[in-house]
Design a protein around this ligand. Structure first.
Ligand SMILES: [Zn+2]
Length: 274
């Protein structure tokens, strides 16, 4: 079995001095490839550095999260464009809109998102999208972007999907992939997702930990650190497989294949033979 964690914030401080061990534990658990999330220009550069240090196992995204949108100005465009041109950078983002926290003013969020949609179109890389409490503005921006591309379907993932039935249907109609995290393991707030996950067609479903955040609530034993890490993707995959009525092996196979196809990531040489 091979799994690919499409969203791990491995540049986060909580992993400092332990990154090699975290990558090793992931591999031992079957999580053989990771996409390290970039959320600011600095963390995107750091994610790229990690990817370069672990070729074929680690990849990076480059973007500015809506929380940091106010920090992104037109002057940063060349820097972001250069990051996106790197072969180890496999997606544009994390970008999008977050009206739940509103850490950056909404106007700044919308313009940072529009800029990144434009850069993604230029480099032809898929989007790594974040959306919270901003569904209408988010889908409007994506529709405008798709129209400009003259493409029927969008190329990207709605990462850490926690929305409802209508939101899911809209994203699937738009052609997006859906990223499911350990949120689904939460017996309270993940309940609706436990119903919805079986409606995501194989080929469009991707798995992610979003570590160090979102430690699966039903994970036993609980790590003392309470920190999530990519090795725990195996647990999330087992929960998702059970909810979809699939074997873990099938679920791992189709989610990993879908991630590799979307992000253009080759299988590891030799694979796991499994
Ligand atoms: Zn996010």
């Amino acid at each position: 079995m091979e799994l690919l964690d499409i969203g791990i914030n491995l540049t986060h401080d909580s992993y400092t001095d332990e990154r090699a061990a975290v990558i090793e534990r992931a591999s031992a658990a079957g999580v053989t490839q990771l996409i390290v999330t970039g959320a600011t220009l600095a963390s995107s550069a750091a994610a790229l550095e990690l990817a370069r240090a672990h070729p074929r196992r680690l990849y990076a995204t480059a973007g500015v999260h809506p929380h940091h949108a106010a920090e992104l100005t037109a002057g940063h465009t060349p820097q972001l464009r250069a990051l996106l041109a790197e072969p180890a950078v496999v997606a544009a983002g994390e970008c999008g809109l977050d009206y739940f926290r509103d850490y950056s003013p909404r106007a700044a969020q919308r313009s940072a998102f529009a800029l990144q949609l434009k850069l993604a179109a230029e480099c032809g890389k898929p989007l790594f999208l974040h959306q919270r409490d901003a569904h209408a503005d988010f889908t409007a921006a994506l529709r405008e972007h798709a129209a400009a591309l003259r493409a029927g379907a969008l190329h990207g993932v709605a990462h850490c999907f926690t929305g409802g039935e209508d939101e899911l249907a809209t994203y699937l109609d738009m052609g997006l992939h859906i990223g499911i995290t350990g949120w689904i393991c939460d017996e309270r707030r993940g309940q609706h997702l436990q119903q919805l996950v079986r409606r995501i067609p194989a080929g469009r479903l991707l798995l992610e930990t979003d570590g160090p955040y979102l430690l699966p609530r039903d994970l036993r034993p609980r790590p003392h650190s309470r920190r999530n890490e990519p090795a725990f993707l195996a647990h999330i995959a087992a929960v998702v497989a059970r909810l979809r009525g699939e074997s873990l092996r099938d679920c791992a196979a189709h989610t990993t294949a879908a991630a590799r196809a979307l992000f253009g990531i080759p299988a590891l040489a030799g694979g796991s033979g499994d």
